[in-house]
Design a protein around this ligand. Structure first.
Ligand code: HEM
Length: 218
């Protein structure tokens, strides 16, 4: 229930932001919201591990990681379905022909999420053994996150120069999601240098990401 509530609230908040930012409501705005929420939620899934290891404050949140991971599969699947069918002006494969680099990266992320979802049941977990099962989940989630972030950045970065030049509207969703993705990446990499360094890097990068995000709105 908690994971479902977090997912619904995220999709709703991102939808409201997108509706104001892009001035349209409806299926295409819902699609943007589902896409961006998937990236945010997958990032939270990846952050819960290091944050609970580094700060006791996050201990209680760790138990929602598995369910949240499963729910990101559904928001991601809804985005892929909407992009390939109801919203596809040039048919289900039109986006793959027009933007192959971005589309195949998105597809790679989605295929990994499908595999992780299929592995997410007690029988398979028992058959693989908890060690291998968690290893597959960790690496799968990391690779899916990188593929999806790449999909978004390659697709959206061309508009960013013009936005930064005048900053006359709210920041594009993809810029906000990129700042968050960079934060997730830094936190995950910081653990390579041991817990003490990771705690400092996590706190500093949190301040940097928050400060930069605030500046985007000024
Ligand atoms: C689960 C895997 C995927 C995730 C998490 C994901 C995430 C994203 C994100 C964050 C955006 C940027 C939204 C925005 O700022 O407007 C986006 C855009 C888009 N994605 Fe995906 N994507 C995935 C897979 C795919 C696949 C396989 C396709 C293939 C059809 C696809 C098609 C699109 C399209 C057409 C857009 C542009 C939507 C728009 O501008 O309104 N995505 N995606």
């Amino acid at each position: 229930m908690v994971a479902a509530a977090v997912t619904v609230v995220t999709v709703w908040l991102v939808y409201r932001y997108a509706a104001v930012r892009y001035g349209v409501e409806g299926l295409s705005t819902l699609n943007k919201s589902l896409a961006t929420s998937t990236l945010f939620l997958l990032g939270i899934v990846l952050l819960l591990g290091p944050l609970s290891r580094l700060f006791t404050l996050f201990d209680h949140a760790l138990k929602y990681r598995k369910e949240l991971g499963v729910l990101t599969f559904f928001t991601g699947a809804a985005h892929v379905y909407l992009s390939m069918f109801p919203l596809a002006r040039r048919g289900p494969l039109g986006f793959y022909a027009a933007q192959p680099l971005s589309a195949y990266a998105g597809l790679t992320g989605f295929v990994i999420m499908v595999i992780l979802f299929l592995l997410s049941n007690a029988t398979i977990e028992r058959a693989l053994g908890p060690k291998l099962w968690w290893k597959l989940q960790y690496w799968g989630a990391r690779l899916a996150f990188i593929a999806v972030a790449f999909h978004m950045i390659v697709l959206k970065y061309t508009g960013w120069g013009a936005w930064f030049a005048d900053k006359s509207s709210l920041p594009p969703l993809a810029i906000l999601a990129t700042v968050f993705a960079a934060f997730v990446l830094v936190v995950r990499l910081s653990e390579l240098f041991g817990p003490r360094a990771a705690r400092i890097v996590t706190q500093l990068s949190f301040l940097a990401a928050t400060g930069f995000t605030a500046w985007l709105f000024i």
